[in-house]
Design a protein around this ligand. Structure first.
Ligand SMILES: [Zn+2]
Length: 246
């Protein structure tokens, strides 16, 4: 059978047998799929590099009964450098898990892939606070997956001023007059940051800074909101929190 050529990111990797690897690929063309990379762990394997975690490249896949079989791969961009820091590695795994949870298998979503690649790129550069990257990614992913929060008015009364809380269950901000049992209290700069992320295009959405206290609020809000909207809990989040002493 003719191989299918796809552009994909390795989001999970598991050793199999003596020398094989099972890859989870987030591909532009087929969505998230599994592929068996035979002999990928052999020293001389020419596809060893491309089958590394967080490698983005071109993969030739042959369809099989349970999964695809890899017939050659070329790595074009590797974000493997995030593995040099255990904090970044934990975050990168969490980002990939969230992409999996919101997209599901075999559901091509170029928007989510592009968001994931952008965030991994910024994480590998190390120039942005990782809590900011995490928060922006979570909120943008919610938008991409079709459950964008409202951040421009109160979800209960419609007021557009004095917004100072966020309710994951109500799907957005609340004003000072309207409470909600699950609402997270927010300072004005945090509300502004939420509004900025919600309105900015992907390319500009990471382009702001926030003081640590507000960043903590933002991080908590975005995380609670995405967890409220996904069916399964990403275990990698506990690992990320343990590493970062949250
Ligand atoms: Zn209100």
């Amino acid at each position: 059978m003719e191989p299918i050529q796809v552009d994909a990111l390795v989001i999970r990797q598991k050793n199999y047998g003596e020398a094989d690897r099972i890859l989870t690929l987030f591909s532009k063309q087929l969505g998230i799929v599994s592929a068996m990379a035979k002999g990928a762990r052999k020293f001389k394997s020419h596809q060893a590099g491309a089958t590394q975690l967080f490698c983005y490249g071109r993969f030739n896949l042959v369809p099989g009964k349970n999964m695809y079989t890899l017939r050659g791969a070329v790595c074009e961009e590797s974000f493997f450098s995030v593995s040099a820091s255990i904090e970044n590695l934990a975050l990168a795994q969490y980002l990939c898990d969230l992409a999996y949870l919101t997209t599901g298998p075999e559901n091509p979503d170029e928007g989510v892939l592009s968001l994931l690649l952008n965030t991994l790129y910024l994480l590998s550069k190390g120039e942005k606070d990782s809590a900011l990257l995490k928060a922006v990614y979570e909120l943008k992913l919610c938008q991409q997956a079709g459950f964008a929060p409202r951040t421009d008015c109160c979800m209960r009364c419609g007021a557009m001023e004095n917004l100072n809380a966020f309710s994951p269950a109500m799907g957005g901000t609340l004003c000072s007059a309207c409470g909600a049992a699950d609402a997270i209290k927010l300072a004005a700069p945090t509300v502004k940051a939420l509004q900025y992320i919600a309105e900015a295009p992907l390319s500009a959405s990471f382009g702001f800074t926030l003081k640590q206290d507000f960043l903590c609020e933002l991080s908590k809000t975005c995380e609670k909101f995405i967890l409220f909207n996904v069916d399964n809990y990403p275990n990698s989040l506990d690992y990320y929190k343990k590493i970062n002493n949250f």
